[in-house]
Every structure is written in C-alpha cells, then in structure tokens.
Write a protein that binds this ligand. Sequence first.
Ligand code: SF4
Length: 236
Amino acid sequence: MWQELNRQILAGQDFFDDQCRSLLVALREQSVTIYCKAGCSNCCTLMVNATFPEALLVGAVLAPEQFDAVAAHAEGLARIACDARDFKDYLRRRRRDLGPCPLLNADGRCGVYAVRPIACRALFATRNSAWCAVDFGTLHSAEKEAFMSSLDPSLVAFPTHYLAATQALGQQLEARAAAAMVSRWGFSLNGSLAFLLFLEQRCRLSALIPQGLAATRQALAAAGYDLPFVVNYDPI
Ligand code: SF4
C-alpha cells in the first residue's frame, strides 16, 4: 500500500532535481550566484520537516548507527516540544540544544543524500552559506535590516536568502504527497524527519495510519508521542 506512494515520491524527487538543475543553469546565465556546495551543511541546522512517505524512504536506507543517532535526537525533540513555551521557543532550543540533523555525516555530507526529503533539496542559498547558520533572534535590528535589504525579493522567499522558486515547487510536491495520503486514509501526516523515523521504528506508524486519524493519534498519545511542533496532521 505504501509502495505506490513511495514510487510517486521518488518520481517527484527526480522531477524536482531536473527542474532545479535547469533553473540553476538559467540563474548562472543571469550571473546569479548560488553559494551551496558539497560539504557545506549549515542549512542542516535548520528544522528538517518531511512528509511521512518521504520519511519512509529515508527509513528504508538507515544503518543501525544512523538510527541510534536519530533516536537520541528524537528523544531530545520530544523533551523540547513538551517544555517549549511556543513554536519560536521550540525552534530556538532545538537548534541550540540538539545541533544539526542527526543524518549529517562527520564530513559535512548528508548521510541519506539520494533520498533526502524535498525540504532539504529545495534550499538554495543566494547569500554566503554562513547566513544559513545564523540565529536571527540574536542579531541586532540594524544587522537584520542590512541583511534583508541586501536580498533580491524577486528571487528569494523573503525575508530568507533561499530561492523562492525551488521552495514553491517543493511545496507543490509536498502538497501532492499529502493529497495522496488524504485520498487513501482521510488525513495526511508530516513533521520532523527525525521524529517520523523514530515513530516508524517505535510505533509502526505506517501500520497505524491506515487505521485512520483517531486511531493513529490515540496510539501515539498512549506512547507519549502525540506532540505539538514535531508531528502535524491535516486535517487536525
Ligand atoms: S537529511 Fe541530509 S540534507 Fe537534510 S538536513 Fe539531514 S543531513 Fe542535511
């Protein structure tokens, strides 16, 4: 039952990568610089969300030691999600206390590159990648204003320095994956990639989802994992 969805996701990722390649060629011809390069991992300190079918694809290639790192990260996410005052506080503490994605290799490369989710594929930095690691909450307003006024609003998902076009296409593909889940099971589920991987391993989420939203939420709540910020349902 998940195989067909997985095939759709893989086809969507191939299509997305093709579109990105063409766009990057066009941008180069317009002398637009994209600063991303292999081994640069600053964007892997951002929150990494995925649709559940994408998480299943990642889970299928995880080595045991990668899963151990994911589980430790997910337990940290659960603690922070329970304690956080609000979403902003959750984001700040997640980045400060847990560090980068647990799938990041020591050499700064993605440990699941071939199946990384669209949210990761969609980030293309139009400013030096050092900006990807900046916690904007710690900047003075003058620094923030200088950064924002340096951006090209016709190119980026303002006020970030990431290309808007790739993010918009990524969101379309994520919406398509969500719609495919809704048409099968009446709801879709997305959230923190690490947490979804953890839930699949601990709670067999892929077997719960076909039982419907109420049964899924009940089982996760009973395990203590129906947490705000890390798992999202649509409709709620
Ligand atoms: S899945 Fe890969 S690309 Fe995405 S945040 Fe993790 S290490 Fe980075």
